[in-house]
Design a protein around this ligand. Structure first.
Ligand code: GRF
Length: 203
């Protein structure tokens, strides 16, 4: 991907624990990824993601319906934070909200999301956390996986950038599946961002 510098500036949006974000940060720190985490935005003031950003010394913002009750102003504030930190690639890492039209338009084709299933199945509104894995198990799937896709105005519907497959085992519970997937998510997110940064994957 084209960058003004030799490292691509990353911006994260995350609502929860932020372990996927941390995997990317750690890889940047190790020098194995030519990218720089520049800003973390969360709609959840108590999120692990914001705590991790603080720990890492990365600029961080709580931006939500509480800080900005008007959705248009929230959209503008999110875009402003991304622009102020010169973000080139936006990563939704467990972000539970939709993005507004201004942010989507400005960063069109440069916002990715990670989802713990093989989209287009097992995605959409309300399909997050244990619910995804419960649905996979109830459907009797022998395989699930990780999807990284471009973000549009809906939940989990943008064009798929990369997928990896993960087996479902006979004795899996939603929890065991979630744990196996999360490890793969960390690996696969880092690997996919590396390919985007190097140009091997063109967004
Ligand atoms: C991951 O399962 C990711 O695929 C989904 O939300 C979860 C976030 O986990 N979008 P974490 O906050 O990165 O630990």
């Amino acid at each position: 991907m084209q960058s003004k510098k030799n490292r691509v500036n990353l911006g994260f949006l995350a609502s929860g624990n932020g372990s996927n974000m941390q995997a990317v940060i750690d890889t940047c720190k190790s020098g194995r990824l030519a990218a720089k985490p520049c800003v973390v935005i969360s709609n959840n003031s108590g999120s692990g993601a914001l705590a991790r950003a603080r720990q890492e010394g990365i600029p961080r913002y709580h931006l939500s319906g509480r800080t900005h009750p008007d959705p248009a102003q929230l959209d503008a504030a999110i875009l402003d934070a991304l622009l102020r930190h010169e973000v080139e690639l936006v990563i939704l890492a467990g972000y539970m909200k939709k993005l507004g039209p201004r942010t989507l338009e400005h960063y069109e084709g440069r916002i990715i999301n990670i989802h713990p299933a093989l989209l287009p199945r097992f995605g959409g509104q309300g399909m997050y956390g244990a619910r995804v894995h419960e649905a996979v198990l109830s459907a009797g799937e022998q395989e699930t996986g990780v999807t990284i896709h471009l973000v549009d105005a809906e939940y989990d519907t943008g064009p798929i950038v990369a997928q990896c497959r993960v087996p479902v085992l006979a004795d899996d519970t939603a929890e065991s599946l979630a744990q196996r997937l999360l490890k793969q998510e960390h690996r696969f997110l880092v690997e996919t961002i590396a390919k985007i940064v190097s140009g091997e994957i063109a967004l």
